[in-house]
Design a binder for this molecule. Structure first.
Ligand code: NAG
Ligand code: NAG
Ligand code: NAG
Length: 309
């Protein structure tokens, strides 16, 4: 019974992410801001709000893992014409979900009004060999959002997340240097490094989508100064400009921006913005120099540069 109830609750949380008039939910990764105890959360009914339906996404945030996809989705969700999926759906990258079909996929989307656009984010899509062709098969004109940050930093962040997950699950952990170095050389087969080869993954996407359909968000800038990046996303998605400077406030303690919207405040979950472990300088330099050529190839592919080290 308890299991059943919690799956119903999960279903409800997942399906009811959209219309703020009906319900306030705090999707995974976010916590209510000050003065927003859980009691203010309205328990939704199972009936969809009149005039709403599940729609396949108009835009997908495809990655990258640890690039700031959660922050981007939550910030975009400030926009009244955006309905954001609360959970990572993993439809196009996990075969066991893909076989359930497009109807299943659509059911995972939040209820939205006809004037809203639905946005889903699953960071695993960017590095999935199968995802680009599958997404194209669903909708060849879909708009894709890709948020990236310095690929070396991303490796360390990726390691840090796995490290804490393993600690929580009481699994053995290893120092980052043990993962990065094998037999005295950089272990380029380490998954966290593989995921930072942006050029390799981008080449796969560009076989299925023209570059103009993939908008790249600078994740380092988004964290420092969210508004300009979000305004670029609004333009890319043909949304009227609605996100404003007043939707953000800087939390000195956390060291990053929180969101103020519809009279509510919310911040990224504590697991976001965790401090990174110190990394042996020699190993870090090896990693940087290995990624440098990949970065240059990536800049050439997209006709734009970033100041990654
Ligand atoms: C939430 O509601 C319960 C029951 O009404 C109450 O006991 C509790 O103190 C409330 N919690 C907060 C944080 O307001
Ligand atoms: C800022 O962050 C701290 C630490 O997470 C939190 O306790 C506090 O409530 C936040 N303040 C605001 C105004 O969001
Ligand atoms: C850092 O790594 C290099 C090469 O793997 C090693 O020779 C060096 O002793 C390490 N430095 C520290 C401070 O551990």
């Amino acid at each position: 019974m308890a299991t059943f109830l919690s799956s119903v609750l999960l279903l409800v949380l997942r399906t009811y992410a959209a219309p703020p008039e009906y319900i306030q939910v705090w999707p995974g990764g976010w916590t209510p801001g000050p003065g927003e105890a859980g009691n203010e959360t309205v328990t939704p009914s199972l009936v969809p709000p009149p005039g709403t339906a599940n729609h396949a996404p108009h835009s997908i945030i495809i990655g990258v893992r640890k690039g700031g996809t959660r922050a981007l989705l939550e910030m975009l969700d400030i926009h009244p014409e955006v309905a954001a999926a609360a959970t990572e759906v993993h439809f196009f990258d996990w075969d066991e979900n893909y076989v359930k079909g497009l109807e299943w996929y659509q059911e995972q989307m939040p209820y939205s009004y006809p004037h809203q656009i639905t946005v889903e984010k699953t960071p695993g899509y960017f590095t999935s060999p199968a995802a680009p062709a599958r997404i194209r098969a669903m909708n060849p004109s879909i708009k894709l959002l890709l948020i990236l940050r310095d690929p070396t930093e991303r490796v360390v962040s990726d390691y840090t997340q796995v490290y804490f997950n393993r600690l929580e699950n009481r699994k053995p952990v290893q120092a980052i240097e043990r993962m990065l170095v094998k037999n005295g050389a950089l272990n380029t087969r380490y998954k966290a490094i593989q995921r930072s080869l942006y050029d390799v993954h981008m080449r796969n996407w560009l076989q299925y989508f023209p570059l103009r359909q993939i908008h790249i968000v600078d994740g380092d800038t988004l964290i420092r100064d969210p508004l300009p990046e979000l305004q670029r996303v609004e333009r890319f998605l043909d949304l009227p400009p609605r996100i404003q400077a007043s939707n953000f406030y800087f939390n000195q303690t956390k060291g990053f921006y929180c969101i103020r919207s519809d009279g509510h405040e919310r911040c990224l979950h504590e697991s976001k913005g965790r401090p990174h472990p110190p990394v042996n300088g020699t190993v870090l330099r090896q990693l940087r120099s290995y990624l440098r050529q990949h970065n240059r190839d990536f800049y050439r592919l997209i006709g734009r540069t970033f100041n990654w080290h």
